[in-house]
Design a protein around this ligand. Structure first.
Ligand code: ATP
Length: 187
């Protein structure tokens, strides 16, 4: 099987994430994509929203997408989540399969700061997607997935909610409803 792996904080998961996963499935002919929410990203300074909420939102967002799974491996570990540890876990769990780690251009740009990044390149394939119209080139051995860009970020959504602006169009409707019910990201 060809398996995509998509890590992040998903705080909250938005239409850009699901769009990226679906386009990667098409471009790479993936059989499934595993979304792995991080407890705390090594390169992000602020603490994310409670794991429970981020996970509930992810479950709402992938409802009906039969090829997407959510794996809580990183949420069950102590401390920050390094992709290297997750890659070892996945390589053991799927020894016969081809793994493709999917990432947006922002993550690709910080890849030289990632823990054990050379070793990581031995464990998985890496595929990069643009997040803005001007993003284009990636170096070998990375794969560039060309997909229509959806310029949405969790940061913008959090700021907009705090400022009372519209976010409904950037979120799955069940995720939007959950955020409203729980009062997440309000100022
Ligand atoms: P934040 O604004 O909080 O940093 P984010 O929107 O970048 O969040 P993450 O949860 O950090 O979301 O991202 C998880 C993965 O999804 C990363 O690989 C990121 O590059 C990618 N990604 C996020 N938004 C998009 C998008 N609009 N298009 C393509 N990839 C995206």
């Amino acid at each position: 099987m060809k398996i995509g792996v998509f890590g992040g904080t998903f705080d909250p998961v938005h239409i850009g994430h699901i769009h990226a996963v679906a386009e990667a499935k098409i471009a790479l002919n993936l059989d499934k994509v595993i979304i792995i929410p991080a407890r705390q990203s090594p390169l992000k300074s602020s603490s994310p929203t409670k794991d429970k909420h981020r996970l509930n939102m992810l479950h709402h967002a992938v409802e009906g997408y039969g090829f997407i799974e959510i794996d809580t491996f990183e949420l069950e570990q102590e401390g920050v989540s390094y992709t290297y540890g997750t890659a070892l876990y996945l390589a053991r769990k799927y020894p016969e399969d081809e793994l493709y780690f999917l990432m947006g251009m922002d993550q690709y740009r910080s890849f030289d700061k990632w823990h054990k990044n050379d070793e990581l390149l031995e464990l998985m394939n890496f595929a990069v997607m643009a997040r803005a119209a001007e993003d284009v080139r990636v170096k070998q051995p990375f794969i560039h997935i060309q997909q229509p860009v959806v310029e949405v970020s969790s940061t913008i959504i959090r700021e907009r909610i705090a400022n009372g602006n519209i976010v409904r169009h950037q979120l799955n409707s069940a995720v939007y409803k959950y955020i409203k019910e729980q009062g997440l990201y309000e100022a």
